[in-house]
Design a protein around this ligand. Structure first.
Ligand code: SF4
Length: 460
């Protein structure tokens, strides 16, 4: 939506004709028109042509927007990524292919627009600074001969009565249709094994699947499996558990009262929405905080939730400094978000930096005992994500069941809710805010319960 506001420009009759040919037939919906995009004036001057923007979500290469000109195609990938990957992704996008076929033959120039990760927003967006153009005309030209074949294949698949019978491939890795396409696989199967890193990735799972080893009983002894995958298999087949009490006690000794449990929700959009932020800037907009002053003390709670229309960062940072004193133990679950996000807040607000960095320095990661396999239950399925750990520690506890929440059940839903809140009627918005607060509150309450469980099992 924000992209549309970048180009709110009147159209000429010439543009209208071009738009009708490309958008109504090929995109199925009318497109906005515009003039030469100011940031690309150098290209416009060279080619002397006019342009209009076309918007759409990309597929394989995470292409978020195509600004397609009558004479120049501007391609803006979601992430600053490799031009080769972007081009291979475009092969799979029907809308792009159709526009490609119709106009590419006449185009003198194609431009890949990288997002400039160092751009910092101050006031209105400066798209001259936000985007870095790269001329990829030769690479696009080289792909032209395959376009018609691609279109025929895509058209045949769309118009056929039966679903195409396609086996799993590397393309399925992050496909949004994965749940649907994998619905007939027995459970659990090789794709349920934990692991996304280079040591054991989707590629390894796919290779095992292609060998015909799919269910867990077929996976024993596979040489690709690492400790976590073997544990996952043995947990399901043999009910294997791990409990290293001395390690857990050692971890618990590093936590001192008062203990604060902190969790952020955040966004990191490619277009920086607020002053002082960069593309993909970690932008927390909400937090929940539980704390206990002393052993056996009461559990307290505080929370913050901003509004999307104005930057929530200053208010969040100020309240955080009021809610968390200096030099106290701050527990998070997986410190890879809270630590860098708090450091970025400190960079943004030098007057609060001392306090924010103090909070950062006292962060302890509750995930460690589970990541180190000091405590492992079969229901964790080889994972140390809190979404697996919590139900494994507290099975069938409705108070701790994320499925019992309304509207927001996970971080990505909280981020989407925040972004969509702006245009909502007040009543609906208030309801959503309540549900977002409940979700984030459960995140920190879950940490309290996990910490209490660690104390309980280490003492027994
Ligand atoms: S998950 Fe299904 S739709 Fe997605 S790439 Fe794989 S086969 Fe195609």
């Amino acid at each position: 939506m924000r992209f549309r506001r970048l180009f709110p420009l009147p159209a000429s009759p010439q543009d209208k004709g071009a738009q009708a040919e490309c958008s109504e037939q090929d995109h199925g919906q009318p497109q906005r028109q515009g003039r030469v995009i100011p940031g690309f004036r150098n290209v416009g001057r060279r080619t002397g042509r006019r342009s209009f923007p076309v918007f759409g979500k990309g597929l394989d290469a995470q292409v978020a927007l195509y600004a397609i000109a009558v004479w120049t195609i501007y391609i803006v990938p979601f992430l600053a990524c490799n031009p080769e990957i972007t081009l291979s992704g475009l092969n799979c996008d029907r809308r792009f292919q159709i526009c490609f076929r119709k106009i590419l033959a006449h185009l003198p120039c194609d431009i890949l627009m990288h997002i400039n990760g160092t751009y910092v927003r101050h006031g209105d967006l400066d798209i001259h600074e936000l985007f870095t153009p790269v001329d990829i005309t030769d690479k696009v030209r080289a792909k032209l001969p395959g376009v018609n074949d691609n279109l025929l294949r895509i058209q045949a698949a769309i118009s056929g009565k039966a679903e195409p019978n396609i086996d799993f491939s590397l393309s399925c890795q992050k496909c949004v249709f994965w749940q649907y396409c994998s619905r007939n696989l027995p459970k659990p199967n090789v794709f349920d094994l934990p692991g996304t890193g280079s040591a054991f990735s989707y590629k390894h799972k796919l290779a095992i699947y292609k060998d015909g080893d799919i269910v867990f009983s077929q996976l024993r002894g596979r040489p690709e499996l690492r400790e976590r995958q073997i544990l996952s298999v043995e947990g399901v087949l043999d009910g294997k558990t791990i409990l290293r009490k001395d390690k857990i006690r050692a971890f618990l000794r590093t936590l001192t009262y008062p203990i604060y449990f902190l969790d952020y929700e955040g966004i990191n959009p490619p277009i920086p929405p607020y002053d002082g932020t960069r593309p993909h800037h970690q932008t927390p907009f909400q937090y929940s905080l539980h704390w206990i002053e002393r052993e056996g003390g009461e559990l307290h709670h505080a929370e913050f939730l901003g509004n999307p229309e104005v930057s929530p960062l200053r208010d969040l940072a100020e309240q955080l400094c009021r809610d968390i004193p200096k030099d106290v133990c701050v527990i998070v679950y997986n410190d890879t978000y809270e630590k860098p996000a708090t450091r970025q807040l400190a960079e943004l607000f030098p007057d609060l930096a001392d306090h924010l960095l103090n909070i950062c320095d006292h962060i302890k990661d509750l995930m460690i005992p589970f990541k180190n396999l000091d405590y492992y239950l079969p229901a964790m399925m080889g994972s140390y994500s809190i979404k697996y750990v919590l139900p494994a520690l507290y099975p069938d506890d409705p108070e701790l069941n994320y499925h019992n929440l309304t509207d927001v059940h996970k971080g990505t839903e909280a981020s989407a809710a925040f972004m969509h809140m702006a245009g909502m009627p007040m009543e609906e918005r208030e309801e959503l805010r309540k549900n977002m607060l409940k979700y984030c509150c459960l995140d920190t309450y879950a940490m309290v319960k996990v910490w209490q469980k660690l104390i309980e099992i280490s003492e027994n």
